[in-house]
Design a protein around this ligand. Structure first.
Ligand code: PA5
Length: 447
C-alpha cells in the first residue's frame, strides 16, 4: 500500500541548513515524551495508540447502530461543536460526491449538522426542512454541557418527541458523551438512549477515530474499518526513528524551523473543494492545540483555484510571514476531458482532449512556483487519492504532528483554557444563575 508523502525541499530552500537540523533531535525527543507520557497534558494521550486499540467488536457495534439508523431515517442530524463536529464533517465531505446530498438515494440518509452555531435562522430553516422527513439524532458532547449543541438538541428532541412520541424518539437518539459525568450522560441514562462513551483520555479535537467521528461517518455509508486501518498503518510509519522516513517528524520540524524565521502563519491549501472541511478540522486541531502563552503558528486555509481569485494576491505579494502547506491528490475519482469545438470562440482548443485534472495539476505547479518566487515557503503533502484508507493516514499524520508541534513550542497541546473566556461573558450577559457578579461587571462595560 502506498503512503502519504511529504516534500519539504521548497521550504528548506528558505532556511540555512542548521535552522532545520536543530529541530531533528528536538522532534524525536518530543515524540519520546509522548510515548513515555512525560510531557504536558499527558493524561490526554489516549489518541496516540488508538488506531491499534480499536477492536473489531467496537467497529461492529458502531456499524450495527449506523445500519439501524440508516434504515429508519431520511435524515440523520449530528449535533455537536468543535471536536465533536469537525472530524465527522471533514471526513464525510471529503469522501462524498459533491452533489450526493441532492440525490436523495433510498437507504442513504442525508447527514446534516446542528449545534455548531447559535443562528436562529439556521435552526429555524433546519426545522422547516425536517418537517416532512423522518429523522434521527446523534448528540455528541464530551462534557455534556456545551451550550450550542445543548440548545440545538433541546429543540430537536422536543420536535422528535412531539412527532413520534417519547418512546420512539428515545430509539432514534444516540448519545456520545462521557462515561459518567455531565448533563448528557444523566439524560441518556434516564431516557434510555443508546450511547457510546468518549474516553476520558482523548480530547475533543483528537476524537475523530472514536465513535464521535466514526458513528456519523458510518451513518453516511463509509467504511470506517478502512479509515482505522489507514491510521494504524500510518501510526507504524510515524514510529520510525529514521527522520528521513518519518513524515510526521519532518512536518513538525519544518513548521518550527519556519516559525523560528518569523513565518507565523501557515496556510493549508487544497486543489479540490472536497477537502475544504479537512482544512476546518485541521485549523481547529492546530489552532486550539498551539495557540497558547502568546505563541503558536496561526492556521489559515484556502481552496484553489477558487481562492487564487480572492486570496491569491495577498499570498503572492502581502506580508511575508506566511508559508503554504499544499495537500495534493495524485488521482481523481472520475475522468473528464475538455471537448474540442469547431468554432473555437474561446480559443481553448489547445486544451481539447486534456483531462481537467491535468489542467488542475498545471495550475497547482504554476501556483507553487509563483508563490515560492513571491517568498512563500512550500510544504507539499501528497495523497495517492481521496478514499477512506488515505484519509485515515492523513488524520493520524496531522494529529501526531500537532502533538509534537505543541511540545516543540513548550505548551500543553491538549487543553484549551482560552475557550472559556467567551463562555463566561456570554453566560453573564444571559443572566445565567451563578454569574451575578460577572453580569454586573460586563453590563457596566457595555454601557
Ligand atoms: O477540542 C476540544 O476539546 C473542543 O473543541 C471540544 O470538542 C468542543 O468545545 C466541544 O466540547 P464538548 O464535546 O464537551 O461539547
Amino acid at each position: 500500500m502506498e503512503t502519504l508523502k511529504i516534500d519539504i525541499k521548497n521550504a528548506i530552500s528558505f532556511l540555512k541548513q542548521n535552522d532545520f537540523d536543530q529541530y531533528k533531535e528536538l522532534t524525536k525527543n518530543a515524540d519520546l515524551a509522548l510515548k513515555n507520557k512525560t510531557g504536558k497534558g499527558n493524561d490526554f494521550l489516549g489518541w496516540y495508540d488508538l488506531p491499534e486499540r480499536i477492536s473489531k467488536t467496537e467497529l461492529d457495534e458502531i456499524n450495527s447502530v449506523a445500519s439501524d439508523l440508516r434504515l429508519k431515517s431520511d435524515v440523520i442530524v449530528v449535533v455537536g461543536i468543535g471536536g465533536s463536529y469537525l472530524g465527522a464533517k471533514a471526513v464525510i465531505e471529503a469522501l462524498s460526491g459533491q452533489f450526493d446530498n441532492l440525490k436523495n438515494k433510498k437507504g442513504n440518509p442525508l447527514i446534516l449538522f446542528a449545534g455548531q452555531n447559535l443562528s436562529e435562522d439556521y435552526m429555524f430553516e433546519l426545522m422547516e426542512f425536517l418537517k416532512d422527513r423522518v429523522f434521527s439524532l446523534i448528540i455528541i458532547s464530551k462534557s455534556g454541557t456545551t451550550t450550542e449543541p445543548a440548545v440545538a438538541f433541546r429543540i430537536l428532541k422536543k420536535e422528535l418527541e412531539t412527532r413520534v412520541g417519547k418512546k420512539e424518539a428515545s430509539e432514534r437518539i444516540i448519545a456520545i458523551t462521557d462515561a459518567s459525568k455531565g448533563a448528557l450522560r444523566s439524560m441518556a441514562n434516564q431516557e434510555g438512549y443508546k450511547s457510546f462513551i468518549i474516553d476520558d483520555v482523548i480530547g475533543g479535537r483528537y476524537s475523530v477515530l472514536t465513535p464521535v467521528g466514526l458513528l456519523p461517518i458510518a451513518c453516511a455509508g463509509f467504511n470506517i474499518g478502512k479509515i482505522v486501518t489507514g491510521a494504524k498503518d500510518f501510526l507504524k510509519i510515524s514510529n520510525s526513528d529514521d527522520f528521513s522516513k518519518n513524515q510526521v517528524y519532518t512536518y513538525a520540524a519544518i513548521r518550527h524551523a519556519l516559525y523560528s524565521q518569523n513565518k507565523t502563519t501557515e496556510i493549508l491549501a487544497n486543489f479540490d473543494p472536497r477537502l475544504n472541511f479537512v482544512a476546518e478540522w485541521w485549523k481547529q486541531l492546530y489552532g486550539e492545540s498551539e495557540g497558547k502563552e502568546n505563541k503558536g503558528i496561526f492556521p489559515a486555509s484556502v481552496s484553489f483555484t477558487t481562492d487564487l481569485h480572492s486570496m491569491g494576491q495577498y499570498i503572492q505579494e502581502g506580508l511575508r510571514n506566511i508559508f503554504e502547506t499544499v495537500i495534493s491528490i495524485e488521482k481523481p475519482k472520475h475522468k473528464l476531458t475538455v471537448p474540442s469545438d469547431s468554432d473555437n470562440f474561446d480559443k481553448l482548443n489547445f486544451l481539447a482532449g486534456k483531462h481537467l485534472d491535468f489542467i488542475n495539476k498545471m495550475a497547482e505547479q504554476g501556483t507553487m512556483i509563483a508563490h515560492i518566487d513571491g517568498g512563500v515557503p512550500n510544504i507539499k503533502i501528497t495523497l495517492p487519492e481521496i478514499n477512506e484508507y488515505y484519509i485515515g493516514q492523513l488524520i493520524y499524520f496531522f494529529e501526531k504532528a500537532c502533538a509534537i508541534s505543541g511540545y516543540l513550542l513548550r505548551i500543553n497541546p491538549f487543553d484549551q483554557p482560552g475557550v472559556e473566556e467567551y463562555k463566561r461573558n456570554m453566560f453573564a450577559l444571559l443572566d445565567k444563575p451563578g454569574f451575578e457578579e460577572e453580569t454586573k461587571k460586563i453590563k457596566e462595560r457595555l454601557k
